[in-house]
Write a protein that binds this ligand. Sequence first.
Ligand code: DQA
Length: 151
Amino acid sequence: MKLLFLNGPNLNMLGIREPGIYGRQTYQDLEKYIQDFCGELGIACEILQSNHEGVLVDAIQSAYGRVDGIVINPAAYTHTSVALLDALKAVSLPAVEVHLSDVSAREDFRQISYVRLACRRTFAGHGFQGYRMAAEALLAEKNGASEGEKE
Ligand code: DQA
């Protein structure tokens, strides 16, 4: 089982950006957290952060035929990017959407998610743990468990 973890714009500023919303842990802490739980679960992982939509599209395309699933926090591109949605549809890999914050309790413009239309599930408001929940959901799916609802 190999997963691609994709993080969108400004997530490299974790620890500095709006700590009241996103916490004090840094992006490096997030990468380490992902590497650690993937090690525990026996998952091989690739992790990428970019502030550029096209780089994220390229990363999704290059995942085709190479990984078993994608965990994606598109950050602000969640609410704007048809290109990311189309890329996920194009490769048709199982994907799960993650947000550190509970986007459902935030501004109106954060209530729209384009990528969600190509994702099996969404985990929002669980902080770093959401990434693990997403990976476990993809692992369970690969092992034949049934799909759950969006959370
Ligand atoms: C975010 C939520 C988005 O609305 C926001 O633009 C982000 C981070 C989250 O992880 O909570 O950059 O995806």
